[in-house]
Design a protein around this ligand. Sequence first.
Ligand code: NAD
Length: 415
Amino acid sequence: MQNLFQNAMVQLDKVVQMKNFSREDGPVSGWSELITRLQQPDRDIRISIPVKMDDGTLKIFEGYRVEYNNTLGPYKGGIRYHPETEINEVKALAFWMVLKCAVVGIPMGGGKGGVTVDPKKLSKNELERLSRGWARGLSDVLGPHKDVPAPDVNTTPEIMTWIADEYSKITGDTTGAVITGKPLSGGGSEGRDTSTAQGGFYVFDALQKELGLPEVCRVVVQGFGNVGSNVAEIFTQRGHKVAAISDSKGGIYNNEGLNIEKLLEYKKTTGSLFDFPGSRNITNEELLKTECDLLIPAAFENQITVENASEIKAKAVLELANGPTTPEADEILFKKNIPVIPDILANSGGVTVSYFEWVQNLKNEHWSEKEVFEKLEPMLKNASLEILEKAHKSNTHLRMGAFIRALERIKEKMV
Ligand code: NAD
């Protein structure tokens, strides 16, 4: 399988071929220049982070920050802590952030960060020293008007607070606007913790009828972390049925719909989803192939691939994870008439509320959750309908529609 950055570049290439943006279309500010600029990041930074471990030994961790493109505003994107995180993954995620911000129309560019680490193997003190080390190593490139990170997989509001604090000690900037996803007490925004899932629901809501989905959908969710558990709860509250859900160990299925509130408690006490009363255990492979109206990948990248795409039995896919569908799988689903609502639109609620947090910090304001979601909903619904129209006009799938809309916005501003 190609690495994630290669997948991202295949997607970009597809738009180039489809729209026939030739290399001879003008000397500056033309499509060719835009595409050439977007084939690599503005800079990718790797740092060594020395961390004093609790047993007194010194361990060096590898950290990253990729600043992909800032045509629309300061670089923006989360930080991922994962044992398999590496530079190509971070580059791909940073590229998608550029498009994601452009799709929704927020004045932010795209970046992403990470550390190759299994955070579950660190004590809280070690995790804090690692996070502060990441901030120290990158303090000269971060900044409210330069590069504004946020949480991603395995990074929490508390980690954001450590990074904000370290940054303010070094620079004296106490606005907190250097990073988003902070806890409410540390200048975070109302609604940020559920914003990706809530945003995913707004996008679904805008497209549900257009895509011919029934009023009450049977939903299958892969992933039971921040995004997966929240989206399962939101869909249930809105009257849909979540028939299957999984985490990294595997999943569970109940044809009548799962009680997500009880499942959250169950996982807290048992540490697993398995054997949840009234359900049967299934593997992640089975989950992806479950017959349903809506499949929501909300775990990791490269889950729907050439190996399983032809067996997907969903009527539509809502990508809340980043990069869950490979380019080859995209084509298979398109031929099967299964619309894929792409990550750069479907999960953009997270970065949009991150942007709201940044605005609130800079203006020293605090918006209510109601205000936050009242601002979020129309932005995502408008973006969804615009992208649907782009896709229809070019007779292509929604991902290409989203790429075209994003590229147009960046091109308008690129000098
Ligand atoms: P998380 O760490 O809170 O949750 C990840 C979940 O996926 C966990 O339940 C884990 O057990 C599960 N998982 C891991 N491997 C799996 C597998 N092979 N099969 C099934 N489940 C598996 O992370 P998160 O914040 O919920 O992020 C999930 C995805 O959403 C990521 O791709 C992330 O980049 C994307 N995303 C997150 C946000 C956000 O605001 N948190 C915003 C945009 C995009």
